[in-house]
Write a protein that binds this ligand. Structure first.
Ligand SMILES: [Fe+2]
Length: 190
């Protein structure tokens, strides 16, 4: 089952929220500078969150990744599991003031059993599992949905899968994936 950690109003200020959501703010330098500032301030908090959710995964973290992401009002991202590159998945709801959050599902087909509802500056973090951390998101049909993605990442994909699945299920999954590839079956991971 998906374990959820949520922070209400982390100390991302109104000002930085505005700047982040302003389409006129662009340029590599600005983005780099901002990413460095975010890393400095929030990496310790993300590591602390990971230690609470999945302490055995702390050894996997190789780097962190920030991305400001906007999706059109009618955009819909299907139900999926995050891939083994993500050790901790985080999303911070930026703008507008009201929108739709993240939907949690029991499997790839069932409709959502819960929603981490949208609130400006709310941060939602989880550590992916290979079988039951299904989620999706979509726009509210009215506004562009702005979020800040904040992930702790690993390059050690096999080690991550091995830790999640255990030796025998890991081997079984590898064989099943290879056979799946031969038949053109799409990966379950996004
Ligand atoms: Fe995801």
């Amino acid at each position: 089952m998906l374990k959820v950690v949520e922070y209400l109003n982390p100390s991302i200020t109104e000002k930085s929220t505005f700047n982040l959501a302003d389409e006129s703010v662009s340029g590599q330098d600005m983005a780099k500078e901002l990413a460095q500032e975010l890393e400095e301030h929030y990496l310790p908090k993300a590591m602390e969150t990971l230690r609470r959710l999945a302490p055995h995964k702390e050894i996997l973290v190789d780097y962190c990744k920030f991305a400001l992401q906007s999706t059109p009002p009618n955009y819909e991202y299907p139900i999926h599991l995050d891939g083994p590159g993500k050790v901790l998945s985080g999303v911070i709801y930026m703008a507008p003031r009201k929108s739709t959050g993240t939907f949690l599902h029991m499997n790839s087909k069932l409709s959502a059993f819960d929603e981490v509802t949208w609130e400006e500056n709310r941060a939602f973090f989880f550590s992916r599992t290979p079988n039951d951390s299904w989620h999706s998101y979509k726009g509210d049909g009215k506004n562009i949905r702005w979020v800040l993605i904040f992930n702790l990442m690993t390059n050690q994909l096999n080690k991550h899968e091995l830790l999640d699945l255990g030796y025998f299920r890991f081997q079984y999954r590898r064989i099943a994936d290879r056979i799946g590839k031969l038949f053109g079956i799409k990966s379950r991971y996004a």
